[in-house]
Design a protein around this ligand. Structure first.
Ligand code: ASP
Length: 440
């Protein structure tokens, strides 16, 4: 018999009725023995995720605003008690909520606070399923530098294999300081992959509110083509570039051991979903492009200097400037005597860009330095593109016909992706032009 690890996202935990639906899905297959859950997410558009409320609580406690904290925590309490009511069972949640509230007030810290949505959701699901609650801090360990400690998998196997059926809260583990530490937002997907890898599961099912990956964002392109199968590499590139279905780091725990991931829809469990596998069996003659994804909100900094290419250490000095600010770059396109850095605007707080420019000027004395603060990056991804003559010609012709000006071009040397940078306002037009060229 196989072993499936199922991770349920926030919309699948949004209220008591949806939790019961998730429980039904789990109980319908005996191989679904280990479950990882997110905190309750949005029930309707405009609703607030429990995790967001928890971050608000943390801000309020840090600011010493106790009445505001209590009001926000009151909303969380109400939400969980409503879930208890909908499920129609007493899980002792009131007491658990009191303990959590007190711990936050006593200074348990931001990550502890943010993680309590998954903690409480896992407690509920464990009771509903009559399974063991296993806290993620028992085996998910982080290293000093914040990355995952490899011993997690061994510890995970040891801890989890003792149980026939268990529920684990997603999104966090234990830091080297012995305190709760969270992954980045949406990190419950990584927790699911860790549990799958620890148990060497036959399948990692990620249950969400869409029936898998689509070749383009359905908010931008009408009814885009569904992708039945993706490779780990394609997934990584599409999710990193904005396809929001799965956290872009979720493949790392499962990739080296080849555990497939299946994206499934809690609200349409009969749909096939998307399989993410080591190497796709798709026939690339059908379509060289697998999918297109993109994001707005980047800034490019371009430096020009005569004979730049002969100046030893030029690029290193430029990179040191952003490195000293704790900023990483997305892309580094270069030409003769010019180089650009593309940076996510999230890194550029008030005044940071100006400061970086001044530091670059002092470090490398460029002839010219200029910025572009509203860049969108769009990635066209597909294994079939490698060694396929004419793909980029088709792409750029489509953009030219659509009147989209391309200011950055970056093709990975693996030939699996072509990334273009365009004006933020051309973002949707760019995605549609590429989609129409390769899929219509
Ligand atoms: N609850 C967390 C978030 O909203 C993690 C997750 O859902 O995976 O980011």
């Amino acid at each position: 018999m196989g072993l499936k690890v199922c991770k349920f996202g926030g919309t699948s935990m949004a209220d008591g009725n949806v939790m019961l639906r998730a429980a039904e899905i789990i109980q319908a297959d005996r191989e679904r023995r280990f479950v990882v859950v997110s905190a309750p997410g949005k029930r309707f558009s405009g609703d607030i995720k429990v995790t967001d409320l928890l971050y608000e609580c943390s801000d309020e406690i840090e600011a010493g605003n106790l009445p505001a904290f209590q009001a926000t925590f009151g909303k969380i309490r109400e939400r969980f008690l409503q879930i208890e009511k909908e499920i129609g069972k007493d899980f002792g949640l009131s007491e658990s909520l009191n303990i959590v509230e007190k711990a936050i007030m006593d200074g348990a810290g931001r990550d502890y606070c943010a993680s309590r949505g998954e903690y409480l959701a896992a407690k509920i699901m464990a009771a509903v399923l009559d399974a063991t609650f296993v806290d993620a801090t028992e085996f998910i360990r982080f290293k000093e530098d914040g990355t995952l400690d490899e011993k997690t998998f061994e510890l995970g196997a040891e801890t989890l294999k003792k149980h026939k059926k268990a529920v684990v809260p997603g999104f966090y583990g234990l830091g080297v300081d012995g305190k709760v530490k969270t992954f980045s937002r949406g990190g419950g997907d990584i927790s699911g992959a860790i549990v799958a890898r620890s148990l060497m599961a036959t399948l990692y099912e990620n249950w969400t509110d869409v029936s898998g990956f689509y070749a383009c964002d359905p908010r931008i392109v009408d009814s885009p083509r569904w992708i039945p199968e993706l490779s780990y590499h394609e997934l990584r590139e599409l999710s990193y570039m904005g396809a929001n279905v799965l956290h872009s780091e979720s493949i790392f725990p499962v990739r080296s051991v080849g555990i497939p991931i299946r994206i499934c829809n809690t609200f349409r469990p009969e749909d096939a979903g998307t399989y993410i596998v080591q190497s796709s069996t798709r026939d690339f003659r059908d379509n060289v492009v697998t999918g297109i994804a993109g994001k707005r909100g980047f800034t490019s900094i371009t430096l020009e200097k005569s004979l730049m290419n002969t100046e030893v250490g030029f690029v290193r000095k430029v990179l040191d400037v952003i490195g000293n600010h704790g900023i990483s770059f997305e892309h580094l396109p270069s030409g003769i005597d010019t180089m650009s850095l593309v940076i996510d605007n999230e890194f550029l707080k008030e005044g940071t860009l100006q400061q970086i420019i001044e530091e670059m000027q002092a470090a490398v004395h460029p002839d010219k330095i200029y910025t572009h603060e509203d860049i969108a990056l769009v990635a066209t991804v597909g294994h079939g593109m490698a060694k396929n003559v004419g793909t980029s010609a088709r792409l750029f012709k489509a953009l030219a016909i659509a009147g989209v000006n391309v200011n950055i071009i970056d093709q990975g040397s693996c030939e699996r992706n072509i990334i273009v940078g365009v004006e933020g306002e051309d973002f949707a037009k760019c995605l549609r032009a590429i989609y129409n060229e390769f899929f219509i």
